[in-house]
Design a binder for this molecule. Structure first.
Ligand code: GDP
Ligand code: MG
Length: 315
């Protein structure tokens, strides 16, 4: 199969028929073999009924429905597990991303050999204050931290080589950072393509300003995981040892001072420095223990289930 289109969605029943027809038209005119996988993430409108009807009309339409809302990352994760296409394209369900981009994305992956192409909504049709400006700041921070020179981490339109989606584990709210996860998994040919963006035709946006706050926190997590995720002791052990040694040397100095240098001075327990050095040693020990615990957790990690699927279509 040439292409799998993965579409995570939440309450988008008005857009789905139009989106399906558009994608199907692009696929047919380019003679691609394809599947369209809708992942309904606990919608409370008629999205699932619409998907069921589409799957009756078109056997290339497949669907997964979550029991409740688990978030875009879990939806992508569930989709990535089952896709069969050589090229996997993710796209928003709200018609803001254009299916006309598919052939060019496909060629970039297949002919130019990219592992991943990230869309760049260079010209956006969203609210300036709530989306565009925070987004610029956010992307600048993401570029600095991740070392990936992408302009638009949040863009839903991305294309992947099949191996890439099978090898990244998207969870939490990490869907923004799939390029970073891919890079950490060893896929280095990552590119960018300017894509058309359109104003939302139906329904309302589901992401507000909180995405940027969560996004920053995720960024720190991802930086930490990629650097020390497999070796927490290297960070916590170093910090812990350093702090403990500093605290200990300081306490040692206070002792020497009291016994040999100024025996007539204040009691050690009356000096603030004593408490500072005590606390430093205690925190140092805790860092060290955090490192040990991290290592133990890593050793005993088994993959836990993160969502339950209530229905499948054509799978
Ligand atoms: N699976 C899943 N998809 C979601 C969720 N929230 C939004 N989406 C989908 O993600 C895409 C982008 O969301 P949207 O609200 O348009 O964000 P915006 O374009 O940045 O305003 C749309 O296809 C939504 O249906 C969610 O909680 N779970
Ligand atoms: Mg949108």
């Amino acid at each position: 199969m040439d292409i799998s289109v993965v579409i995570p969605l939440l309450n988008e029943d008005e857009s789905l028929n139009e989106l399906h027809d558009w994608i199907a038209k692009v696929m047919q005119s380019n003679r691609y073999s394809y599947e369209i996988l809708f992942i309904d993430d606990g919608s409370t409108d008629n999205s699932w009924e619409v998907i069921e009807n589409l799957s009756k009309k078109n056997e290339n339409v497949k669907g997964i429905r979550f029991q409740k809302n688990y978030g875009k990352s879990q939806a992508l994760n569930a989709g990535f597990k089952v896709v069969k296409g050589n090229v996997v394209i993710t796209m928003d369900a709200d018609l803001q991303d254009s299916p006309d981009e598919i052939p060019e994305l496909y060629d970039l992956i297949v002919k130019e050999g990219y592992d991943l192409i990230s869309g760049w909504k260079k010209k956006r049709y969203d609210s300036k204050i709530r989306k565009n400006i925070p987004s610029k700041l956010f992307n600048a921070a993401a570029r600095k931290t991740s070392g990936l020179k992408l302009h638009d981490f949040n863009c839903g339109l991305k294309a992947y080589k099949n191996e890439v989606v099978k090898n990244v584990d998207v969870n939490g709210e990490m869907h923004r950072y799939i390029p970073v996860l891919a890079k950490n998994a060893g896929f280095n040919k990552i590119g960018e393509k300017v894509v058309i963006h359109q104003a939302r035709k139906y329904g309302v946006t589901k992401f507000g300003m909180d995405r940027f706050i969560n996004g920053f926190l995720d960024l720190i997590t991802i930086w930490f995981l990629s650097k020390f995720g497999k070796r927490p002791m290297h960070l916590f052990g170093l910090l812990g040892t350093l702090m403990f040694v500093i605290g200990f040397l300081f306490a040692f100095y206070l002792g020497i001072d009291k016994i040999f240098i100024h025996p007539e001075g204040r009691l050690i327990t009356q000096r603030p420095q004593f408490y500072i050095s005590l606390i430093t040693m205690v925190i140092g020990t805790q860092f060290f223990l955090a490192g040990f615990l991290g290592e133990i957790i890593l050793k005993s990690k088994t993959d836990s289930k993160r969502y339950s699927i209530s229905k499948n279509l054509n799978l």
